[in-house]
Design a protein around this ligand. Structure first.
Ligand code: UN1
Length: 469
């Protein structure tokens, strides 16, 4: 069906535009609909036995071949991410490098042990555990990491022997379809399928898959988790963040300001790991206030195709308006302005004197804006950090081991899934578990070895000797 016919017949259309130049439409296609998703999942299910029985060496070789193919297409893929989701070129190149590393890392996984051997509690025999894939992994991915997130979900799912059906965010459809072309060539038919779509296709996928992994908004993530749980299939959901950076007076203030500026303004703050609250402890407030405002004013902003750009456009007009609404009535130390278009730009912004009940301190904006908050001491800074419905990642800037240890304390410390000492809140490592507390995450962790466990159930075998007569 053509886009014109789809419009005439009321079929939903998927449109993706260049956020730096909204007149540049990359794609306009009819959404495939729920039945197409159900069919694709059936094809993926039919392909699973062959993929699993093909053996560890074949799976490893295929995942390694995907890594090489993504690497070979690197410059083209980075340019596509710049054009479709407005990711600044240097960051887009880094995402491709990360994507290649992810496929390489999981290409080793098929050779890893899949379980353990134990003695029986009493008597002769052996106890064994063994991982067993679920079948079809249904993946729902956001637009902000259009290559890395689909890859860090798909690669471990495939490594342990599942097949994959992936529904990308509509805004990143062109990136996902291009990734599918590359990946499909290296894998047997039906093993990896991309189904473009919106909510209808997402629902259909959650209602058919054997294991579900989601990254996106908290509202949708909660609904996906509830639906999958009601069906009795395992689910993980990575959702929002309202991440704090805590700065102590003993920190290298220049370095802290540079890290926070990067985590606040990089990719216009469109990461669940971005910093949106900056908590200055005691005497750190004045020097940090100056240094951070200056660092934010100096952030290279504008055309995402320029390799120097750090802060590009917001994904669409609605996102830009949400950012502009967030600073209304607040006093801005930096930014608080909307640079002229054609793209959806907002300047990196730091506001202060934000009233405790202001939405900026409770709801995720997903843009280049943070609030500067004072704290009398470290304990208060930790309490402020933990006082929101999210708990993904916190950065702590200090020269003191005692401070770091206090923050990491299991009972009194930070209630976030990740803590980064003297590092920006964003830019996490792919080979470690990723996830947060409270409203940020649901279910088991993704990435690293944790992902291999998530995409498989564990079976326990008891081997007893036959009775001898
Ligand atoms: C990063 O900061 O390196 O959707 C990754 C997101 C996160 C990934 C952040 N799930 O923004």
């Amino acid at each position: 069906m053509t886009a014109d016919l789809a419009e005439l017949t009321g079929v939903a259309l998927l449109t993706s535009r260049n956020p730096a130049d909204p007149a540049d439409v990359l794609l306009r296609i009819p959404a495939p609909g729920g039945f197409a998703v159900a069919d694709a999942v059936e094809r993926a299910r039919a392909a699973q036995a062959g993929w699993l029985r093909g053996g560890a060496a074949a799976r490893s070789a295929a995942l390694g071949a995907v890594a090489a193919a993504v690497e070979a297409a690197g410059p083209e893929l980075a340019a596509l991410a710049v054009r479709e989701v407005g990711k600044p070129l240097t960051e887009a190149r880094a995402e491709i490098a990360r994507t290649v590393a992810i496929w390489r890392y999981y290409a080793q996984a098929p050779f890893e042990p899949t379980g353990a051997v134990h003695d029986t509690a009493a008597g002769p025999g052996l106890l064994l555990t063994r991982r067993r894939p679920y079948g079809v992994a249904g993946l729902i991915t956001p637009w902000n990491f259009p290559f890395a997130i689909p890859s860090w979900k798909a690669a471990p799912a495939l490594a342990v022997g599942n097949t994959v059906a992936l529904k990308p965010a509509p805004e990143a459809t062109a990136c996902a379809l291009r990734l599918a072309e590359i990946v499909e060539k290296e894998l047997p038919e039906g093993v990896f399928t991309v189904l473009p779509g919106g909510a209808t296709e997402g629902n259909a996928l959650v209602s058919a898959a054997d294991v579900v992994s989601f990254t996106g908004s908290t509202a949708v993530g909660r609904a996906v988790a509830a639906y999958a749980t009601a069906r009795g299939v395992p689910v993980q959901a990575e959702m929002g963040g309202l991440n704090a950076a805590i700065v102590l007076p003993d920190a290298d203030i220049g370095q802290a300001a540079a890290h926070i500026a990067a985590a606040l303004a990089g990719y216009a703050g469109q990461k669940c790991t971005a910093t949106s609250r900056v908590i200055a402890v005691g005497a750190a407030l004045d020097p940090l206030r100056e240094a951070l405002a200056e660092a934010l004013r100096a952030v290279p902003a504008g055309d995402p195709a320029d390799p120097a750009t750090v802060c590009g456009p917001l994904i669409d007009e609605r996102a830009r308006d949400r950012v502009a609404g967030a600073w209304q009535g607040l006093s801005a130390l930096a930014g608080g302005t909307l640079p002229s278009g054609p793209g959806w730009y907002a300047a990196p912004t730091l506001v202060e004197k934000v009233p405790a009940e202001h939405p900026l301190l409770h709801e995720e904006v997903f843009g280049p804006i943070a609030a500067l908050l004072p704290a009398d001491d470290l304990a208060q800074a930790v309490r402020i950090t933990n006082s929101v419905p999210y708990g993904l990642v916190t950065s702590v800037h200090t020269a003191g081991l005692d401070t770091a240890l206090y923050c990491l304390d299991a009972l009194d410390g930070l209630d976030t899934g990740m803590v980064r000492i003297n590092a920006p809140s964003s830019g996490v490592d792919f080979h470690l578990p990723f996830g947060g507390a409270r409203g940020s995450s649901h279910g088991p962790r993704e990435q690293g070895r944790a992902a291999l466990d998530f995409y498989a159930s564990s079976r326990t075998y008891t081997l007893s000797p036959a009775e001898t007569t």
